[in-house]
Ligand binder design. Structure first.
Ligand SMILES: Nc1ncnc2c1ncn2[C@@H]1O[C@H](COP(=O)(O)OP(=O)(O)OP(=O)(O)O)[C@@H](O)[C@H]1O
Ligand SMILES: [Mg+2]
Length: 407
């Protein structure tokens, strides 16, 4: 008699699995992220014959030509284009522009190769409307499907060069008992897509959602499985977006892609210094710093504001820069330059000098006295000098008050 399906509890953030429900995930320490997952009983293992092993010298390997995506900033982050038969995961918060970026890339790829979009979130008509806004993508093939087996069978028979799955959370396999978007479903979908990508030679890009409350299985459970993990960051209320590689088996993780969201789609920003480091003459309280992101130098404007305070503990507010480094600079100024800052608040900010876009009414305004502009601290990419020295924040924002420095 077959065994009953086992009930497990999996962490939606890191994929940790436990036999009982726990309030706090023992692996990543998140609270309330363990959700029920029903795993099918594994079939009894049959005895399999061993396979002969090879010496590396006997392995035939040719450096496959990369597939240019037609989006220069995306190619830069991928390390020179898409590697055929690779699996890439693009993660990002809702509305950041993942579908827009990938449809733009598919439209360019489809001019010379077969490009397929599997959409589980939007209807074909919605995709067509977006494609028209982006300037047309007539040659892109589209499949509106959420059944994993159907998607895999289509990939095997059609064998496109590039396929985008938007999103991996919508794929569903009836063999796995849990609901679409659960850790077990997402992991199953990614594992089977990986196999198909390698066997059928389809470069596959998975779109993965990152939700703030972590109720949907996030892409973190897939990071080990895929060849490349790209993170699309930014603020949907501001124009600039940053694409960075968190993991890349075929290239560096130091490169950064910068985009601007416009009415006609995402435009690459080939010279970010023009946007982030443009300073109007000799502005008080602002200085230009040069940061190296991968192979690209970027000029950033650093702003400082020192204001007298009545607080017993003066504030040291660092936005986009390391707060410890700010505290050290304040200490050095007090000790060696005899600039006493013990009775002053100090604010330091990495500024975005780009065009100001309409803010939401709910956002604090400059007149209300709030500085706003606080950002999540940026996760430094390995080996990135700028990440430590200047820290281009993931949500680039324009300062809300003109910079001032006390004497
Ligand atoms: N007509 C437009 N003009 C300018 N920007 C637009 C326009 N339409 C959409 N956008 C931008 O595109 C963003 C949505 O892009 P997109 O649907 O690609 O995001 P997504 O990351 O795929 O979102 P989701 O996770 O919901 O699928 C909006 O937040 C908005 O900034
Ligand atoms: Mg989308």
């Amino acid at each position: 008699m077959p065994k009953a399906a086992a009930v497990h509890y999996s962490c939606t953030d890191c994929g940790y699995s436990a036999g009982r429900w726990l309030g706090k995930c023992p692996s990543c320490g998140s609270y309330g992220t363990l959700v029920e997952d029903v795993l099918s009983a594994a079939p009894a293992a049959a005895k399999v014959p061993p396979k002969p092993v090879l010496r590396l010298v006997d392995v035939d390997a040719e450096d496959a030509e990369r597939i240019p995506t037609g989006v220069a900033e995306l190619d830069r982050v991928l390390g020179g284009g898409l590697v055929p038969a690779s699996l890439v995961l693009v993660g990002g918060e809702p509305g950041v522009g993942k579908s827009t970026l990938l449809l733009t890339a598919l439209a360019a790829i489809s001019r010379e190769r077969r490009a397929l979009l599997v959409t589980g979130e939007e209807s074909t008509a919605q995709v067509k409307l977006r494609a028209e806004r982006l300037g047309g993508a007539e040659r892109v093939e589209i499949l509106a499907e959420t059944e994993l087996d159907t998607v895999l069978a289509t990939l095997e028979s059609e064998r496109p060069d590039v396929c985008v799955i938007d999103s991996v959370q919508t794929l569903h396999s009836p063999e796995v008992g849990s609901v679409p978007g659960s850790v077990a479903q997402v992991r199953e979908a990614a594992a089977r897509l990986l196999r198909t990508a390698k066997e059928a030679g389809v470069a596959t890009i998975l779109v993965g959602h990152v939700t703030k409350d972590g109720t949907v299985a996030g892409p973190r459970v897939l990071e080990h499985l895929v060849d490349c993990v790209l993170q699309f960051e930014g603020d949907r209320y501001h124009a600039h977006r940053v694409l960075r590689a968190v993991k890349n088996r075929f290239g560096s993780t130091n490169e950064l892609g910068i985009f601007e969201m416009t009415g006609t789609g995402l435009q690459g920003v080939p010279d970010p210094s023009e946007v982030f480091g443009r300073s109007a003459g000799s502005e008080v309280g602002s200085a230009i710093a040069c940061a190296l992101e991968g192979t690209r130098p970027i000029l950033l404007e650093i702003q400082a504001l020192v204001a007298p305070t009545d607080l017993a503990m003066p504030r040291r507010v660092a936005t986009g820069v390391d707060p410890k480094r700010l505290a050290m600079i304040v200490a050095v100024l007090s000790r060696h330059a005899r600039i006493v800052l013990g009775a002053a608040d100090v604010f330091v900010n990495v500024a975005e000098r780009a065009e100001r876009r309409q803010r939401r009414a709910t956002r604090p305004s400059a007149r209300s006295g709030s500085r706003g502009g606080s950002v999540r601290p940026r996760r430094p990419s390995a080996g990135s000098r700028s990440a430590r020295s200047s820290g281009l924040p993931p949500r680039l924002r324009r300062p809300e008050l003109p910079p001032l420095v006390a004497n």
